[in-house]
Design a protein around this ligand. Sequence first.
Ligand code: PGA
Length: 251
Amino acid sequence: MARKKIVAGNWKMNKTSIEAKQLVSELIPLVEGADVDVVVCTPFTALCTAAEALAGTPIAVGAQNLHFEEKGAFTGEISADMLLALGVKYVIIGHSERRQYFAETDETVNKKIKTALAKGLVPIVCCGESLEQRELGVTSELVRSQIKIAFSGVTAEQMRGIVIAYEPIWAIGTGKTATAEQANEVCAVIRSVIGELYGAAVADVIRIQYGGSMNAANAAELMAQPDIDGGLIGGASLKAEDFSKIVRYKG
Ligand code: PGA
C-alpha cells in the first residue's frame, strides 16, 4: 500500500523565536501544495511562534524532546501537556544526540513514547548504529533491539500512527549519507521487526524515515526506496529553500 511520505526538519539547537518566525514564513509558500506531510521540530523556545505562524497551514509543529512524567519537580523539563497547549503535534524521541549527550537509553525512550502516545502526540522515534557498530556487523541486531525495547508495551493500534527515523550516527551532520541501498536495508529490517511484533498490517502502514545528511541532491534517490517513507532533516532544514527542495524531491 502507498504510505504518505513525511519530511520533518530537526532544527536542533538553532534559531531563536524571531528567527523561527522568519524561517517558517519563508517556508509556507515554498511547500504549498506538496503531497507529503511536512513537520518542523523547533527548539522549545520557538514552538510558540512557529505554531502561531503555521496555524491554518498544512505544516505541523514538532518538539525535539519531552519528559515522560506528567508534571512535578523535574527542573528544566517539559511535559506533553505543555507541548500540546502550544499546538505541537509531533515529538522526536531518542535522537542519537540525546542518547549520546543526555544519557537517554532505550528504557527512557520507551517511557517517553508511552507518555507521548497516551497524550496524543505523534512520536518520531529515532534509532541507528554508530560507525563502530556498523563495522562490527551488528547494525541489524542493534536496531532490532532498539525497536523492541522502545516499543515494549505499545499496542498495535498505537503503533499505526508512529513514525520511526532510522539515523545512522555516522551519517548525522557529517555529509556522509548512507547509500540508498544501505538506508533501505535497515529500514526494511525495522519494518520486519514491526511485522514480527505487530503483524503485517501494522508493518505496512508505519512510516519509516531516513535521516543523516539528507539534502536536495540525494533526497529523490533515498525516497524512491521501497521502505523509506520520508526524511528527518537536520542541517538542510535550517534554510527554507534547501528544506523545501527535499519536500519537493520529485522536482
Ligand atoms: P543531518 O541531521 O541532516 O544534519 O545529518 C539529521 C538528524 O540528526 O536528524
